[in-house]
Unconditional design. Structure first.
Length: 437
């Protein structure tokens, strides 16, 4: 992303901040895995959204109308010994040159400088809960300042998310391009998985194929742990063990998306392990697909995610009633959510830098209208758990979800993930036709 894009974002944020306020934004803390080893570092999304800086141990500070500079950064300074072990750092000078920082400080000196920057501010924009260690220090600094009592009246602490989440919800052209690329790469990965899948393979072998396609396309990480769920495992919504053998005659549900330049894709496809839907699987798949198509058609400016959800639910309910799986009056089934034992999640969520992205779903208690630049998933499903009572045996252990990512535009929606095979014909034509080489 171009430096200018980050500068524009900061300008918007500074423009929304009241006089005499300060915003403090740490990147993600390190997460120890075990002795001397940490989980891979990934910058905090809002921090990265505003700074473009992706080193660990950094805190960005923004202060509107400050003469010495409005954009400050606490980060690691250069250190030949540390860089020999852990890799290069930009350092204090580098972060000013590369990222438009106006004043930089060594992160080691934050205790000395940050209290002075906070002192006397009437509002502190800081989101508590993302960085427990910094939360504790913030409380100490603010308490110490209160005792010194120069800070009058006591400052409000307001989550900075309140300002930035609305910005992140509506994607710029550059962000849309990054999301299109994440979607394209992820669609390719799903097709690769379909082509390679054979009965007898392990779920994690399929996961390896997804990772192969992500990484060779420049994505070092999935946007979330891939769900590769054969047979009844698909009925566990957040199944991530991915360690079972794929049975002939079963379905495979894959929910996986790449993270490209810190933007997520989120795709689910469900297909027969042996390449051919059984009649029951086919009927249920066709129903979920019809529900998904109805829901995608409802993605348009001014409609709400509730409209999208209702479109999916109504189609599913009509289908399930037709199959005799739910009995009763349509209105009663819809009103009392009597479909929920087979469809227990919602149809969409915001997508962006985070897979479950930021942004309010309701405004003043009402579902918010969709608007160009927002991105939502559309992901209806049907799940018949193995221990489900009062259903035909052949349904038990079937889980189906179909998920695409849709960018709202002036006319309706652009399906970013359209390249991933989805129709019964396409799926049957490609599943099992490829080799793993
Ligand atoms: N992959 C998580 C979700 O679909 O919400
Ligand atoms: Mn999703
Ligand atoms: Mn998903």
């Amino acid at each position: 992303m171009h430096r200018n894009e980050y500068r524009q974002r900061r300008k918007r944020l500074l423009g929304m901040m009241p006089e005499n306020s300060i915003a403090i934004l740490p990147t993600s803390p390190a997460h120890p895995r075990n002795r001397d080893v940490e989980f891979p570092f990934r910058p905090e999304s809002t921090f990265h959204y505003l700074t473009g800086f992706d080193e660990p141990e950094a805190v960005a500070v923004m202060i509107p109308d400050r003469e010495e500079g409005e954009f400050l950064m606490f980060c690691r300074d250069r250190d030949a010994h540390a860089e020999r072990w852990d890799g290069q750092r930009l350092g204090l000078k580098g972060v000013r040159r590369r990222h438009g920082v106006e004043q930089s400080f060594d992160i080691e000196s934050i205790d000395r400088h940050l209290p002075d920057l906070i002192d006397g501010r009437s509002c502190i924009f800081y989101t508590i809960g993302n960085h427990p260690a910094l939360d504790r220090r913030m409380i100490e600094w603010i308490s110490a300042l209160r005792i010194r009592s120069r800070m009058q009246p006591p400052a409000d602490i307001v989550p900075v998310d309140r300002l930035v989440d609305e910005m992140r919800l509506r994607k710029s052209e550059t962000e849309m391009d990054a999301m299109r690329e994440a979607a394209r790469i992820s669609a390719r990965a799903h097709e690769r998985a379909m082509r390679i899948c054979r009965p007898g393979m392990n779920e994690c072998e399929i996961e390896a194929e997804l990772m192969h396609e992500f990484m060779r396309s420049g994505c070092r990480s999935p946007a979330y742990p891939s769900i590769v769920a054969g047979g009844a495992n698909a009925c566990v919504l957040h199944y991530v063990s991915n360690d079972c053998v794929l049975e002939d005659g079963g379905l495979l549900l894959i929910d996986a998306g790449a993270e490209y330049r810190y933007y997520a894709a989120d795709i689910t496809r469900t297909f027969p392990v042996n390449g051919k839907f059984s009649p029951t699987q086919r009927d249920l798949y066709a129903l979920v697909l019809a529900a998904q198509e109805a829901a995608i058609a409802a993605v348009a400016p001014k409609n709400t995610l509730e409209d999208v959800h209702q479109a999916a639910v109504e189609t599913l309910v009509d289908g399930l009633t037709g199959m005799g799986l739910i009995k009763g009056r349509r209105n009663d089934i819809l009103k009392n959510h009597r479909y929920a034992r087979f469809y227990m999640h919602r149809t969409g969520h915001w997508l962006g830098m985070d897979v479950h992205d930021v942004g309010d779903y309701r405004v003043k208690g009402e579902w918010r209208g969709l608007a160009p630049g927002m991105v939502t998933t559309v992901e209806p499903g049907l799940y018949f758990a193995p221990d489900e009572r009062n259903i035909p045996d052949e349904l038990r252990g079937i889980g189906i979800r179909i998920e695409d990512d849709v960018l709202v535009n002036e006319d309706g929606g652009e399906v970013l993930t359209a390249a991933a095979a989805k129709s019964i014909e396409e799926i049957e034509a490609i599943t099992g036709t490829g080799s793993a080489s």
